[in-house]
Design a protein around this ligand. Structure first.
Ligand code: PMT
Length: 219
C-alpha cells in the first residue's frame, strides 16, 4: 500500500444508512452499519488524503485523522454533501445506503393504533451521488451498487445513468458480504474496464479500492 497515493487530495465519503421519520418514535431505515464507508475513510487517510466522512446514524468510532459530520435524514446528507462539494474536493465516494424514499409527512405526535390497516405514503429523496456528478465543481465521483440480482447489469446502468467515473458493486443477497458483515467482495466498473476484488475484510477491500480510485483519478 502506497502511503502517499492521495497526498494533498480532499476525499469526501458518505457512509451508513439514513433514517426517515414516520413520527417522533418511528422511522424507516436499512441494514447498513457504516463499516464499509468507515474502512474507506481510514484507508484514504492512510493514503495521505484529507478526509471528510459524512455519516448516517451508526455505532462506529471515527478513524484517525478523519473529519466526521453526522447526519440523520437523506435530505440532511444531501445538503451537507452539496456544501462540502461546493467548497471543493477531489474525490467523492458514495458508500452510504441512502433511503430512496421518505414518508411524505412526519406526524408531530406518535401515531395511535386504530384501524386494521394504515397506509404510509412515500416520496422520493434526492439522489446525492447523481447530484455530485452533475455539480459544476464535479469531483472524481465513485458510487456503490447494492444488488440482489443481475448485479453487473444494474451496476452498469447506475454507472451510466448517474454519470459516475466508477462504481463498486456488491451482491447483498447473502449475509457473508455487504450489509453489516466485516467482509466484502466487490466488482469495480469504470468506462472501459473492470476489476474483481475477491472476498476479504472490509479493511483490506477498502485499501484495494482506494488504490484503484487513485490510479483512475490520476488518469
Ligand atoms: O455499511 P455496511 O454495513 O458496511 O454495508 C456496506 C454497503 C452494503 C451499504 C455498501 O457496500 C453499499 O453497497 N453501499 C451502497 C448502498 C446503496 O444504497 O446502493 P444503491 O444501489 O441503492 O445506490 C447506488 C448509489 O447511489 C450508491 O452509491 C448510493 O450511495 C447512491 N445514492 C442512492 C440513493 C440516493 N438517494 N442518493 C445516493 O447518493
Amino acid at each position: 500500500f502506497d502511503y502517499s497515493l492521495l497526498t494533498g487530495k480532499h476525499v469526501v465519503i458518505t457512509a451508513g444508512p439514513t433514517r426517515e421519520a414516520i413520527d417522533p418514535v418511528r422511522y424507516i431505515t436499512n441494514k447498513s452499519s457504516g463499516k464499509m464507508g468507515f474502512a474507506l475513510a481510514e484507508a484514504a487517510a492512510e493514503a495521505g488524503a484529507r478526509v471528510t466522512l459524512i455519516a448516517g446514524p451508526v455505532n462506529l468510532p471515527t478513524p484517525n485523522r478523519v473529519d466526521r459530520i453526522d447526519v440523520v435524514r437523506a435530505v440532511d446528507m444531501y445538503e451537507t454533501c452539496m456544501e462540502v462539494v461546493e467548497t471543493g474536493c477531489d474525490v467523492f465516494i458514495a458508500t452510504a445506503a441512502v433511503a430512496d424514499y421518505r414518508p411524505t409527512v412526519t406526524a408531530d405526535h406518535k401515531i395511535k393504533k386504530s384501524t386494521e390497516e394504515i397506509h404510509l405514503t412515500l416520496v422520493k429523496n434526492p439522489d446525492i451521488v447523481a447530484s455530485v456528478a452533475e455539480h459544476n465543481k464535479r469531483p472524481f465521483t465513485v458510487g456503490f451498487a447494492a444488488e440482489t440480482q443481475d448485479v453487473m447489469a444494474y451496476a452498469q446502468g447506475k454507472l451510466v445513468n448517474k454519470k459516475l467515473d466508477m462504481i463498486a458493486t456488491n451482491d447483498v443477497s447473502g449475509s457473508n458480504v455487504g450489509f453489516n458483515s466485516d467482509n466484502n467482495a466487490l466488482t469495480v466498473i469504470w468506462p472501459g474496464g473492470h476489476k474483481v476484488l475477491p472476498l476479504a475484510s472490509k479493511t483490506q477491500i477498502a485499501k484495494q479500492l482506494i488504490e484503484l480510485i487513485a490510479i483512475r483519478y490520476k488518469d
